[in-house]
Write a protein that binds this ligand. Structure first.
Ligand code: NAD
Length: 426
């Protein structure tokens, strides 16, 4: 794929995800009067690995898949970030996702840098055996640069606990001893944390309630639309509905579903469980397009699918009062000013979806101390961390008279820059 190839499902942005990230970085760097040397260190990924993974398919054919692992920064700790399986994954996207992880870990306050990985593959087209061989091949290919003190991957789009289990197994064979702390998002039975599966969506719920509070909107009177019904979208929908919000629309790659009385989220989850994770054929709402969902007249919009869903092409049509970014990079930089001018509050990805990496950190801590916490303990710690992070960023927003997004970048870049100064030489 070309260097600047865009997400095929994006809505007309001219910027690659990395360029979108850098535009915000530049604004925050200006606020901070960041010196040139620090700027140069922080803008470029520390390490980028491209691997080719040969896999014997079930029909005997040998196919080669391209994969990536990018470590954007290890200044505040080992690199941390998920592994994405998608047919259009490319290096520019992984670089942006890795940088966002650096800022996200700083914002939520976990002692990590940022990294990300990906494989160019449509996992739905592979059998379980093919997926396992591909995943083990990828683990072997990146084993040299990952580790509990180097770089700790986790799930992202298209991957789940099963892939993490194969990776920890492969890595442990290579190292000659079980090493659960090399990866997070593992099934609980083999060292995963209680609460990890729901963590990102739970964090989105906490961020949404905090945002509504600043706007004096009662959750029970608020309506909500959620794009994406995978891990993040479905859990966000479930928990927001539990808090009394009326979730009037949901969607996934198959399309959207609208019900003004509120979608029955439990029924939608059941539908996906029996339908290869897809909402296709869901009868609990009238069919709408993803574009229509984004432009609904709701209080809260949660984009929880992919990058570049809200761009200069549709930002002016957005009617939500708050956008809570469950996905990474759902709003391109060229939409930021349009949304700000419309007084739409955007809770940026690096804050809104940080609940996931927060509980990943708890998983790593539990693995290293060999002592496991209850789900209630995990949830309570994470919710407190999310609330504190929201408050920190909200204060900076007020101080610098800027958006929540730029405030989050200011906080994160300043913290990583201070770390760089302290360590001096990386
Ligand atoms: P997932 O694979 O479980 O679900 C993705 C969902 O998005 C699916 O329902 C899919 O059908 C839908 N989708 C894909 N393309 C779409 C489109 N064009 N329009 C509408 N829906 C579309 O992935 P996930 O783990 O829920 O991740 C979703 C987003 O959240 C990603 O941006 C990911 O980086 C981010 N994120 C995930 C986590 C996590 O813990 N899983 C943590 C932080 C951020």
């Amino acid at each position: 794929m070309g260097k600047k190839e865009k997400n095929t499902q994006s809505h007309g942005t001219e910027l690659s995800p990395f360029e979108s990230m850098m535009k915000r970085f530049d604004i925050a760097a200006k606020h901070l009067e960041l010196d040139k040397a620090t700027y140069n260190v922080l803008k470029s990924p520390q390490k980028q690995l491209i691997v080719n993974i040969p896999v014997v398919m079930d029909n005997g054919e040998l196919r080669v898949f391209e994969g990536f692992r990018v470590q954007h920064s290890t200044i505040l700790g080992p690199a941390k970030g998920g592994i994405r399986y998608a047919p259009d994954v490319h290096l520019e996207e992984v670089k942006a996702l890795a940088a966002w992880m650096t800022w996200k870990c700083a914002v939520i306050g976990v002692p990590y840098g940022g990294g990300k990985g990906g494989i160019c593959v449509n996992p739905k087209e592979l059998s379980k055996g093919e997926l396992e061989r591909l995943t083990r091949g990828y683990a072997k290919a990146i084993a040299d640069i990952i580790g509990p003190d180097q770089d700790i991957p986790a799930p992202d789009m298209g991957t789940s606990g099963q892939e993490m289990a194969w990776i920890v197994d492969e890595y442990s064979h290579i190292k000659g001893g079980y090493t659960p702390a090399v990866i997070t998002g593992k099934p609980v039975l083999i060292g995963g944390s209680e609460g990890r599966v729901e963590a990102t969506g739970r964090g989105v719920m906490v961020a949404t309630l905090a945002a509504l509070k600043t706007l004096d909107i009662e959750p029970k009177k608020a309506t909500c639309a959620i794009q994406g019904f995978g891990n993040v979208g479905s859990v966000s929908a479930k928990l927001l509905a539990q808090k009394g919000l009326r979730v009037v629309a949901i969607s996934d790659a198959s399309g959207g579903y609208y019900n003004e009385h509120g979608i029955d989220i439990a029924a939608a989850i059941r539908h996906t469980e029996n339908n290869k994770k897809s909402l296709r054929g869901f009868t609990g709402g009238k069919e709408i397009t993803n574009q229509e969902l984004l432009e609904l007249n709701v209080d809260v919009l949660v984009p929880a699918a992919r990058e570049d869903q809200i761009t200069h092409a549709n930002a002016d049509n957005i009617k939500a009062r708050v956008i809570v970014e469950g996905a990474n990079g759902p709003t391109s930089a060229d939409a930021d000013d349009i949304l700000a001018a419309k007084d739409i509050m955007v809770i940026p990805d690096i804050l809104a979806n940080a609940g996931g990496v927060c509980v990943s950190y708890y998983e790593w801590v539990q693995n290293r101390q060999g002592l496991y916490w209850t789900e209630a303990e995990v949830n309570q710690r994470m919710e407190a961390a999310m609330e504190a992070a929201f408050e920190r960023i909200y204060k900076i927003r007020t101080k610098y008279k800027t958006t929540m997004r730029i405030a989050a970048y200011i906080y994160a870049i300043d913290k990583v820059a201070q770390g760089l100064k302290l360590r001096g030489n990386l």
